[in-house]
Design a protein around this ligand. Structure first.
Ligand SMILES: [Zn+2]
Length: 293
């Protein structure tokens, strides 16, 4: 008994108290900002456009290796993923000092999200690589915007439902890429409406209200307003957020310059005005990104 009292008082040696912060009140400090960049709500927003993710880099294909390198570089530069709809509506849940990036994927290729025959996520696909990265870095979740076709989506019909469920669970957004991937500028108004309504209804059949669309080849129909609003068979249709192909970062949602019907995207490739070009411009201070206060 006495021995334990001695030990107890030794542990509480009052001489320790003043200098040892461990005896102070519990810390209420905020977490450190993601970067040292000054807050800048007027800075621009990087919206990346991916198509296929495969072994070898080529036209419209990002290699596995380069996709992983993109994630690493974005993360190290303080970018954190948001969806297109969160960006347009200025509801980007970002930590202090972070900049938003939107990873968009067109065409719902299987190489974007592939599953093995047992239903596990194939690591050789964009989502496989991203999920592994997100497990290591939980503040960079699999949260992108996928513009899908009725091709599964992502091939593998038997896993299509599960893939969409998982994407939604992780916070991703599902948007439209029309029904047949045709050139909308060469279609009549009637044909355009069928493409847009068909895709909207298809996505609704997956339990999702589509808000965003990327048109095939970034080409708009002759009657551009159809993208946003029309009526077919007594039902109203329309997309709120319309993506272009583009080649520059997008304006901040609070800059007064954002046009939700003409949202530019940057190609995720190493060529002219692609991802590397713009990230280099940000690194060298020539382009100011949006920075969360
Ligand atoms: Zn496409």
């Amino acid at each position: 008994m006495i021995a334990s009292l001695v030990l107890f008082s030794a542990l509480l040696d009052p001489q320790d108290k003043p200098s040892n912060p461990q005896y102070g009140p519990p810390s209420v400090e905020e977490p450190k900002p993601v970067t040292e960049r000054l807050p800048n709500r007027k800075g621009n927003v990087l919206i990346l456009m991916y198509h296929r993710i495969e072994q070898e880099e080529k036209n419209m294909v990002r290699s596995y290796e380069n996709f992983e390198a993109d994630l690493n570089r974005l993360y190290a530069m303080g970018y954190r993923p948001v969806t297109l709809d969160e960006y347009v509506n200025n509801r980007m849940p970002l930590p202090r000092g972070a900049s938003p990036v939107i990873l968009t994927f067109d065409d719902s290729w299987q190489s974007q999200f592939s599953m093995k025959s047992d239903g596990s996520i194939d690591p050789k696909s964009a989502v496989g690589i991203w999920k592994k990265f997100a497990d290591k870095n939980p503040d960079f979740p699999v949260k992108g915007t996928f513009f899908i076709l009725p091709n599964g989506p992502f091939g593998q019909k038997k896993f299509a439902k599960r893939k969409v469920e998982l994407l939604l669970e992780w916070g991703s957004e599902i948007g439209s890429h029309t029904m047949t991937h045709g050139n909308l500028s060469k279609m009549s108004d009637g044909e355009v409406m069928k493409e847009l309504a068909g895709s909207y209804d298809y996505i609704a059949s997956l339990g999702i209200k589509a808000r965003s669309i990327a048109t095939p080849y970034g080409i708009a129909p002759k009657n551009r307003s159809l993208l946003n609003k029309f009526e077919l068979n007594g039902k109203r249709y329309g997309y709120d957020n319309i993506c272009l192909a583009g080649s520059s970062p997008a304006p901040s949602p609070v800059s007064g310059k954002m046009d939700r019907l003409r949202i530019p995207r940057v190609q995720a490739y190493d060529g002219t005005l692609g991802i590397s070009y713009w990230l280099n411009r940000v690194s060298s201070g020539k382009v100011q990104p949006y920075v969360q206060p």
